[in-house]
Design a protein around this ligand. Structure first.
Ligand code: UDP
Length: 240
C-alpha cells in the first residue's frame, strides 16, 4: 500500500489517497475542535490515543457483526480504511440526557432515560448541525427510507455492544454520534459505519464519581483532556 495525496483535511483527521481507489489512509492529528470549529487547540498525544481507541472499538464492533470502514492500524497516528460515500447525517443515541438534548427540552443533565433515544442531525457546520427527522432526510433526498432504517438499527446495535463494554469498566456511555456510508467498492450493499468512535464523539462519565472523561473536558475547560481519554482507554482494555 502506497500513501498518496491529501484528499480532505477535517477538524481532527486528514484523509489521504492510496494506490487503491477503494482504500484511504486516515491520519489522526493532535487537533481538537468544538462549537462548529470556533474553539480549537492542539493536545499532545491526542492523535495516537484516538487512533488506538478507534481501532479497538471498531474491532469489538466487528466481533459483534457490525461492519465498519476500519481495515487495520498502519502506524501510531494512521489507519487504513475503506473509501466511503458518506450519508450527510449524524446519528446520535442517548442513554442519559446531556448536551443539546438537555438544553433543547430543558431537562437536567444526568437524567437517565428509560430507553435509548435516537436522533438525526444534518451534517452542516454552517447551519450548526440542525436536528432533522426521517421525513426531512427522505423527502429532501439525504438518504432513502431503507438507509434511515439501517442507520437506526445499526446505531442501536452499537449501543448493545458498547454500553456493557464501558459499564464493565465502571464508565457510563451517556451518548454518542455515528456516521454511516457505503464503501465505494459496494455502493448498493449494506451501510457500513464510518468516521470514528473515540471520546471526541461520545460522552463517558465515571459511573461512581460522575466525572466527565470525554470531549466535554475540552468544551468546558476542565483540563486533563487526553489523560482522561487515556484512562478510559486503559480501563476498557485498549492497548496504548
Ligand atoms: N457529537 C459529535 N459531533 C457533533 C455533534 C455531536 O461527535 O457534531 C456527539 C457529542 O460529542 C455527544 C453526542 O454527539 O457525545 C450528542 O451531542 P449533542 O447533540 O448533545 O451536542 P453537543 O451539545 O455536544 O454539541
Amino acid at each position: 500500500m502506497e500513501k498518496r495525496q491529501e484528499l480532505y483535511r477535517g477538524k481532527a483527521k486528514t484523509v489521504y489517497a492510496t494506490d487503491d481507489p477503494n482504500t484511504l489512509v486516515m491520519h489522526y492529528r493532535d487537533d481538537v475542535s468544538a462549537f462548529d470549529g470556533t474553539k480549537v487547540a492542539q493536545l499532545a498525544q491526542k492523535g495516537e490515543t484516538n487512533n488506538r481507541f478507534n481501532a479497538y472499538v471498531m474491532g469489538r464492533l466487528a466481533a459483534a457483526g457490525i461492519r465498519s470502514h476500519f481495515i487495520r492500524v498502519l502506524n501510531e497516528r494512521e489507519s487504513l480504511v475503506k473509501a466511503m460515500k458518506m450519508l450527510p447525517v449524524e446519528c446520535v443515541v442517548r442513554n442519559v440526557v446531556a448536551g443539546s438534548m438537555a438544553k433543547r427540552y430543558g431537562i437536567a443533565e444526568g437524567t437517565t432515560l428509560p430507553e435509548p433515544i435516537f436522533e438525526f442531525f444534518l451534517k452542516s457546520d454552517a447551519l450548526h448541525d440542525p436536528l432533522v427527522n426521517d421525513d426531512h432526510i427522505r423527502i429532501l433526498g439525504w438518504a432513502t427510507a431503507h438507509e434511515i432504517g439501517e442507520m437506526k438499527a445499526l446505531t442501536h446495535k452499537v449501543n448493545d455492544v458498547l454500553k456493557p463494554l464501558f459499564a464493565h469498566a465502571g464508565i457510563t456511555l451517556v451518548d454518542y454520534k455515528l456516521e454511516f456510508g457505503h464503501p465505494t467498492d459496494d455502493l448498493r450493499g449494506v451501510l457500513v459505519l464510518g468516521d470514528e468512535f473515540t471520546p471526541d464523539g461520545c460522552r463517558l462519565w465515571d459511573a461512581q464519581s460522575g466525572e466527565k472523561m470525554d470531549k466535554d473536558r475540552f468544551r468546558r475547560d476542565l483540563g486533563d483532556v487526553i489523560p482522561k481519554y487515556r484512562e478510559v482507554a486503559t480501563r476498557i482494555g485498549v492497548p496504548l
